[in-house]
Design a protein. Sequence first.
Length: 262
Amino acid sequence: MTISFEERPNTRRTTSNPPTATFEWVCEGVADSGSVKALALSGTPASVFVEEGVLFRDQIEVNEAGFCVYYVTVSYKKTKNETGSYGFNFSSSGGTLHITHSRETVNKYPGTIRTQNQAIDLGKDNVPRGTEIIIPALKMSYRFKHPLGVVNEAFAIAMYEVTGTVNSASWHGMPAGEVLFMGADGSDGTDAEAEVTYNVIREKNLSDLVIGAITGIAKDGHDFLWVHWQDDVVDGKPGVKPRGVYVERLYRRVDFSAALGF
């Protein structure tokens, strides 16, 4: 007999105070309620998203409806124990970035010498060699405790697939484009609650940058900006000026709330 496990249409129910959700499923082709409950544990989400936030699976109720037919009711609520809670470690030590132009040329000596359109350390070939600077980079490690049945092989593969992605929507108060997911560390939680550590790096989005005569430049935190320079001659003296500014998308965008579960 073919086994099927499907959600019953138009049976979802929610409440706001307290926040709860109830889903109903129908299982066919299984002869005993214990096997149905095991199937429901692996086949229903351990957490769901509602307007009030994240709700966690609370109860699985199995009712026999006929020969090898069972109705399964799964209820969700805000957790009252440690499951679903999280803590974090952080470091704001920042990172380094090689730049070839400054935000602003604040002085030049003698004062009559021409500006180089914010180019840094022009070589004899008139190519800016640039310099290394410290940039704000917030490194955070979130420790999140998941309910039993969430952390399994499929979960580990899902974390692998979203490693090296950037948030497509605001996440924990940080705007889209600012958070890079560096990967997760955890262990099996198919039969118990399990704690997973999520590692991220934040770099702020930038706007209204000015490079030479080019204004209004905007860059998301983990996009890459580079400048196309061209030779320039003023008063018979060689130099360079920015011909164009390019912002490149390096990382795929993902909704972290849905992908990471918190």
